[in-house]
Design a protein around this ligand. Structure first.
Ligand code: EPZ
Length: 438
């Protein structure tokens, strides 16, 4: 079990390169179930979530290994398995994305019903609605989603839910529809770049998909898909995390391997709060603080709105802004695990239903804090970079799920942060429990 030890006060300066996007890579890996041929995903980051998806694919008959260039190469060794077991699915919700491709290719699937997570209930009703709409029989039995489809005629479905479109449901229905016997129309489809990236990969495999990037996807089913090579898009959430860090620490950072067009809402908010942003070519942005941190309200929305995955990181900016800011979660109303930990560092945040009211304070003071979910943990690292004194962030395995060696990237920018063994007795107890479960 590791922790980060962070000394506040450094102004980040220099260049950092983002990895390819975890939330693009995971569904792309699931999509390799759709073909008997090898696939090659370039520049895949070494993340624990990627390792978990490799374990799930292995159980489902798809072996994968990294080649010398850091590409993940997959090959089918057995197309008989149908079941993604609870032991693996419970550790990573994103494994639900094997449901659609298993149904599309093998016409039957049994995937453990994913549990919730620290920021609340994570339903999959839209996933099931969409798969039923294209002809599958989908039941929930004994904690599993059981889906069968002797035939998949395709169909029309509206996938919008109470919080807008669903990334995962759109991806699952898409990955079943590409091998359907007929045509599928998905209305209310998610437009996140990771959905569009999946469409590009599927089309490279031979799928026929229209409306990419729009809320209306039209998929004409084909008989089979070939293998393909694909470079996943850069990680816009990692990029946004570094944008917040540059403004927060009054630094000057060039963020490379990023798509500024995928970051507009976050860049807009960074400027509103006192940052200066300059585009550097096609795949980089330069960010620095231009004036004192100003308060700003944040409402999370589906793409291209402000991403919920950047909400915690930008709240750290709000805690030090000169005034009051309100953050409202329109995607996950309970995604505020970071509030209590930020309060330990001296932040003044009050939760009011799906909102958090943040009164800026002159400074944060270092303290031991506990990571909880991936993005809240990144926020605690950002807070440690500006808090006076030392901040210890415990249980950084949460961060390692979605950020590749983030402490090295911050250190290369001048941040005073290092990884250390966690002597926290609770962590030790949890490590034993985790080892017993694994
Ligand atoms: C993806 O999760 C991301 N994960 C999440 O990132 C991200 O926060 C989320 O999209 C929203 O952008 C991956 O891509 C692996 P949704 P997903 O289905 O697909 C509700 C991170 O930190 N909903 O778009 O599970 C749901 O409760 C992770 O990297 C239903 O009501 O999200 C939520 O309120 C965290 N019914 C909203 O829709 C459903 O059937 C958006 O969820 C499905 C979802």
């Amino acid at each position: 079990m590791d922790k980060f030890v962070v000394e506040g006060g450094a102004r980040l300066r220099g260049e950092v390169r983002c990895a390819t996007a975890k939330n693009a890579v995971l569904p792309l890996m699931a999509a390799t179930l759709l073909t008997e041929e090898p696939c090659r995903l370039l520049d895949v980051p070494r993340l624990s979530d990627v390792e978990m998806m490799r374990r799930i694919l292995r159980v489902l008959g798809v072996e994968s290994e990294f080649d010398a260039e850091g590409a993940l190469c997959t090959r089918l060794v057995d197309d008989a398995p149908r079941e993604a077991p609870w032991e693996l699915v419970r550790k990573m919700r994103a494994s639900i994305s094997v449901l659609g491709p298993l149904l599309g290719k093998r016409r039957t699937a049994r995937v453990s019903f994913p549990g919730g997570c620290v920021f609340g209930h994570r339903p999959i009703d839209l996933h099931m609605k969409g798969l039923r709409a294209i002809g599958a029989e989908v039941e929930v039995r004994g904690g599993f989603v059981e889906a069968t489809a002797p035939s998949l005629p395709g169909g029309e479905v509206f996938l919008g839910g109470p919080f807008g479109s669903s990334v995962g449901a759109t991806q699952n229905v898409l990955m079943a529809a590409v091998l359907a016997e007929g045509t599928t129309v998905i209305d209310g489809a998610a437009c996140e770049p990771e959905v569009t990236d999946l469409c590009r990969f599927l089309r490279a495999m031979g799928a026929e998909i229209g409306g990419m990037g729009s809320p209306r996807l039209v998929v004409r089913g084909v008989a089979r898909l070939s293998g393909a090579e694909h470079r996943p898009i850069p990680d816009r959430i990692e990029a946004g995390t570094f944008v917040a860090a540059a403004v927060l620490t009054d630094g000057e950072v060039t963020i490379r391997n990023c798509r500024p067009d995928h970051l507009r809402a976050a860049l807009d908010k960074a400027v509103e709060m006192g940052g200066e942003v300059r585009r550097v070519g096609e795949d980089a942005v330069f960010v620095r603080r231009q004036r004192p941190l100003a308060p700003a309200d944040i409402d999370t929305h589906v793409y291209p709105g402000f991403p919920t995955d950047m909400q915690a990181q930008f709240m750290v900016l709000q805690t030090l802004a000169h005034g009051v800011s309100v953050t409202t979660e329109k995607i996950y109303p309970d995604r505020f695990m970071h509030i209590s930990e930020l309060a330990r560092l001296g932040a003044h945040v009050r939760k009011e239903g799906p909102s958090a009211i943040v009164s800026g304070v002159p400074k944060l003071s270092g303290a031991p804090v506990m990571a909880s979910d991936l993005r809240a943990s990144a926020a605690l690292v950002l807070a440690g970079l500006v808090a006076e004194g030392t901040t210890q962030v415990h249980r950084v395995y949460h961060i390692d799920r979605g950020y590749e060696r983030i402490e090295e990237k911050f250190a290369a920018l001048g941040g005073r942060i290092l990884r250390a063994k966690d002597d926290d007795e609770n962590a030790a107890v949890e490590a034993v429990a985790a080892a017993q479960k694994a």
